[in-house]
Design a protein around this ligand. Sequence first.
Ligand SMILES: [Zn+2]
Length: 222
Amino acid sequence: MLGDGARTLLAQAAASVGPRTARRRAAYAAVPVPSDLCPECGHPLHEPAVAAVPRQLAELAARYRRVLLAPGPDERLRRRPAPDVWSPLEYAGHVRDVLLVQRDRVVRALVEEVPQVVTMHGDQRVDLLAYNDAAPDELAEELEVAARLFGALVARLDDAQLARRCTYNYPAPAERDLTWVAWHTLHEVRHHLHDVERQLADPNATVTPPRGRRRGGGDDER
Ligand SMILES: [Zn+2]
């Protein structure tokens, strides 16, 4: 199945080219894997190449910095739009920790045979580690460091290492190789930046709760 984003792109492509080219593109796009985009942030959900991950992580981390340090009242960064929806600082803290946790998960998969990913207790960390009390400039720096650390590890992986697997719980329990883990991690970073930017652009916008919460949290960590 194509996502809405992919369908939109297809419609745009069809409008800008002749019918034969549009049909050919549609036929290629019918192969679902490379065309499926996240309907919320537009991230490709199944991207086989990881070479771009470190650079894209660095770019996204820089965007977090710009967002967190943009002029405006401090309160907007700490405000939850709804009790069960994280604030921009809480999202940023979560992303920083995701990057650190994913780095360790990759190391485990490189050493152990198909390890089971252990939950990071994402919901509990928000309070335990006081994400919402963070200084925005410090958190921005920490997120950049975490992105650099994860990116540096991914950049070192050869094809055999990228093919190593772990059992991952999201979106459903399945064995995933490290190519998938790298790309999925990049999606996490991009997706939550989208959440933060949307929240700050319109504090009253309807936002979806973090996916972990919506599904009940616990061992379904992404
Ligand atoms: Zn997304």
